[in-house]
Ligand binder design. Structure first.
Ligand code: MCA
Ligand code: AMP
Length: 491
């Protein structure tokens, strides 16, 4: 089934209901509200415009646009015409976009490559399909057809496109909608970006399955979120949202009277933040765990104990196991690499069958690369990552990609990039460098990185050393560096 057909079933009974409330409003009211009917019609219009540009079922549509209600309609329009949605972080530079565009070979590129034959900006695309001509058809899709390709950085520094099917999205959306108890009257406060799984799929699908109102904000601003909380019942965010709310003077239970659920994910929620949030507001934040390749995997319970530092239980129909180096499942309570299987699991990496095979077991389990223990009751505690991945403010940064850029700078012999504790972002990016000749100024390094690396990936601390610590095999000992520079941000 096409995910949009499922959503349409819910929308059709709610055409007059508010879907997206967005700040602005030319009438001076301070906000514009799109109804579910308007969202549906706009998606049909985008679908028509895409068809006119030759998008057939299975064709990729690459999208790099700022968050807006129109951008949501475009996403739904791509689903509707059977296209494959490929969202890109708005922070990506031209160099990064060029890679994704080359890899995904999209039929249409919205927002980027404006000068190229496939490029079009979102307003121009909108005006290409007259509203009257927008056919309300929804292209039939099978469960295994692709709905999206979401890029996730790779250990080798090369991004991989995770192929996400309609089944993946539908199963996850229905499961989350049910276990998080969505019901009519819920209002979702949405301050996440919509180019990643968290803001695009998890947040929007659960609200849309309910035809709920979404207070849709262009980005996270603690003051603005606090102002809007009293009109909302659910907030989903990365841990930084919660630590920033706590930093608001006087923030407390009076701000949260209408809220029934605070959800956190994408990065570890510090136990101190969980504890302070409960002390100040009376709410125990519900932490869940997921990844691009599998959507949501585990969640703390809605009813039942939400334990700080744990990510709860597998979602319905999701199987998990923690395995040791030998590939055998470890006993309950012991740490292993987490492997998962279920209807949420992606269809592989776009154009990379070998890479996909490397991360799959013969019995269909996927190796997440996260280290975890599973208790007797099945509760999961993440204890670290087998991979070098840094997560800053919920965005993933792969050291190899940053190291490759640094190593290109004249005067840099070699580099090692690590994450260090960061009070606001959880982790911050740190570069340790070996000079070739005189050390390079920080500003020169920044300018070099600016040319081709999204700014959230940039190290904000640079350390020059005579040599990098290496083990007997010559591999850089990142654990030694992580220890040495652990106070880089919070020292
Ligand atoms: C912004 N900057 C960052 C980050 N965000 N640096 C490192 N890490 C970040 N996350 C930098 C900008 O480049 C800029 O630097 C400066 O900070 C200010 O930019 P601004 O946009 O004003 O930042 P902000 O408002 O402070 O943003 C922080 C944020 C935001 C609210 C935490 O990053 C955010 O919304 N993160 C959510 C990410 C997310 O949705 N992740 C889900 C992935 P300069 O001025 O030098 O340019 S999906 C996923 O992980 C899985 C599936 C899951 O389980 O959910
Ligand atoms: P991504 O590749 O952007 O999908 O990020 C997925 C990774 O984010 C996972 O493999 C985990 O390492 C991490 N992650 C997501 N949710 C949590 C969480 N609640 N606690 C700790 N790590 C998390």
């Amino acid at each position: 089934m096409n995910l949009y057909a499922l959503l349409y079933e819910r929308f059709a009974a709610a055409f007059d209901w508010p879907a997206l409330a967005w700040p602005g409003g030319e009438d001076g009211s301070g906000s514009v509200t799109w109804t579910y009917g308007a969202l549906d019609r706009a998606s049909a219009r985008f679908a028509a415009a895409l068809r006119r540009r030759g998008v057939a079922p299975g064709d990729r549509v690459l999208v790099q646009v700022p968050k807006s209600p129109e951008a949501v309609a475009l996403y739904l329009g791509v689903l509707r015409c059977g296209g494959v949605y490929v969202p890109l972080n708005t922070a990506y530079t031209e160099r990064e976009v060029a890679f994704f565009s080359g890899d995904a070979s999209p039929r249409v590129v919205v927002g980027a490559e404006a000068d190229g034959p496939r490029g079009v900006d979102i307003d121009a695309l909108w005006s290409e399909a007259p509203a009257q001509n927008a056919e309300p058809t929804i292209e039939p899709r099978s469960d295994d057809d692709l709905a999206a390709i979401c890029y996730t950085s790779g250990t080798t520094g090369r991004s991989k496109g995770a192929m996400i099917t309609h089944r993946n999205l539908i199963s996850n959306a229905l499961a989350l909608h049910r276990i998080w108890g969505f019901e009519p009257g819920d209002v979702l406060l949405h301050a996440l970006p919509i180019f990643h799984v968290h803001g695009l799929f998890v947040a929007l699908h659960t609200a849309f399955l309910n035809a709920s109102k979404v207070l849709f904000l262009p980005h996270f601003d603690a003051g603005e979120v606090r102002r809007l909380l009293p009109g909302a019942t659910v907030l989903m965010g990365v841990p930084t949202f919660y630590s920033r709310l706590l930093a608001e003077p006087g923030f407390g239970s009076a701000d949260c009277e209408t809220i029934r659920l605070f959800v956190s994910g994408s990065a570890p929620l510090a136990e101190a933040v969980f504890g302070d949030f409960q002390a100040r507001t009376g709410h125990r934040i519900l932490e869940r765990y997921g990844m691009t390749e599998a959507g949501m995997i585990t969640s703390n319970p809605l009813d039942g104990e939400r334990v700080a530092g744990t990510v709860g239980f597998p979602l319905p129909d999701v199987e998990i196991r923690a395995v040791g180096e030998d590939g055998a499942e470890v006993p309950a309570g012991e740490v292993g690499t987490l492997e998962i299987r279920g209807p949420n699991l992606f269809a592989g990496y776009w154009g990379l069958p070998d890479k996909t095979a490397e991360e799959m077991r013969g019995d269909g389990f996927f190796v997440t690369g996260d280290l975890a223990s599973v208790s007797d009751e099945g509760r999961v505690t993440l204890v670290g990552r087998g991979k070098d991945l840094i997560i800053a403010g919920g965005f993933n940064v792969y050291p190899k990609e940053v190291e490759d850029r640094l190593d290109e700078v004249v005067g840099v012999a070699e580099s090692a990039v690590i994450g260090a504790p960061h009070a606001d972002l959880g982790e911050g990016v740190v570069a340790v460098l070996v000079a070739e000749g005189a050390p390079v100024e920080d500003d020169t390094l920044r300018a070099a990185l600016d040319a081709g690396l999204a700014r959230y990936k940039h190290p904000r601390r640079f350390y020059w050393v005579d040599e990098l610590p290496r083990n007997a095999m010559g591999k850089v000992q990142k654990n030694v560096l992580r220890e040495r520079y652990r106070d880089a941000y919070d020292g």
